[in-house]
Design a binder for this molecule. Structure first.
Ligand code: SF4
Length: 202
């Protein structure tokens, strides 16, 4: 099972396949993995120790970033993920750490969580997807319902206020029109984040 795999100079970490969403555009709908990773479907979730062991060769080889991403939502294992991130920072304080997330950590974990990332995670990449809560619900089908969009934005705002570099993402045209991208940019900036438009990969 693939727990750590290389992408463009960084190492990506896959600790869970759990996710509270079922996005229309999820890569998992069509592929076993990404960037030659092999299958990212886990037979079982790796322990913190197993994840660290999987990471060690990559850190020894020399990578510029550790990204908690997964084939699932990494904050489903928030405590374990942050334990691994703490180990990374202790082993190599200058290593950049990032989490690619749907931003629903507070709903998943039942508490405000942004402050817990401080000192362990440098960058949060949060899928904003759209400027509209109902559209978000229809595209991502979060199990928490219509409140999910506002909860995701609050998490982003809390994280930015706590000093984390927050990047919110949308997919470019033709999925997201130029006008909608601009509205998303305004939303991201109002939360203290910046917007990144990801290229549409059809
Ligand atoms: S949040 Fe991410 S992992 Fe979960 S269904 Fe959506 S795209 Fe897939």
């Amino acid at each position: 099972m693939t727990v750590a795999y290389g992408v463009k100079g960084g190492v990506y970490v896959n600790m869970t396949n759990r996710c509270p969403c079922s996005c229309m555009f999820c890569l998992r709908n069509n592929a076993e993995g990404v960037y030659g990773s092999g299958s990212l479907w886990l037979e079982r979730e790796p322990t913190v120790e197993e994840t660290i062991e999987a990471l060690k060769p990559w850190l020894e080889k020399g990578v510029d970033e550790v990204v908690f991403c997964g084939y699932g939502e990494p904050t489903e294992r928030l405590d374990d993920m942050l334990a691994v991130a703490s180990w990374v920072k202790a082993a190599n304080p200058s290593m950049r750490t990032r989490v690619n997330t749907n931003g629903l950590s507070d709903l998943i974990n039942g508490r405000p969580t942004a402050a817990e990332f401080v000192g362990k995670i440098d960058v949060l990449s949060i899928s904003l997807n759209t400027d509209d809560a109902r559209e978000y619900l229809e595209e991502c089908h979060p199990k928490f319902g219509i409140d999910s969009y506002e909860a995701m934005k609050k998490f982003a705002s809390d994280a930015a206020k706590a000093g984390i570099d927050v990047v919110m993402t949308v997919v470019g045209e033709p999925v997201t029109s130029r006008a909608k991208q601009e509205r998303c940019r305004e939303i991201a900036e109002s939360l203290g984040a910046r917007l990144r438009v990801r290229p549409y990969e059809g």
